[in-house]
Design a protein around this ligand. Structure first.
Ligand SMILES: [Zn+2]
Length: 59
């Protein structure tokens, strides 16, 4: 899951955000806000997306 987040960050592969959401949901204990943010395709996930930052401990 961290590797996935890191890959998204490093490769700016923000089209993988919904996949990350699924992975996070499977892991459990994840805030609904995080999941809905990842799955919101109307959002442009920029470099520095707070969800990715949160996962990578950059926030
Ligand atoms: Zn985002």
């Amino acid at each position: 899951m961290l590797a996935l987040a890191r890959g998204i960050y490093n490769e700016r592969a923000f089209d993988r955000m919904p996949i990350l959401a699924d992975t996070l949901q499977d892991a459990g204990g994840i805030n609904e806000d995080v999941l809905s943010h990842c799955r919101d395709t109307s959002l442009a996930h920029v470099h520095g997306c707070w969800v990715v930052d949160l996962l990578l401990g950059k926030g």
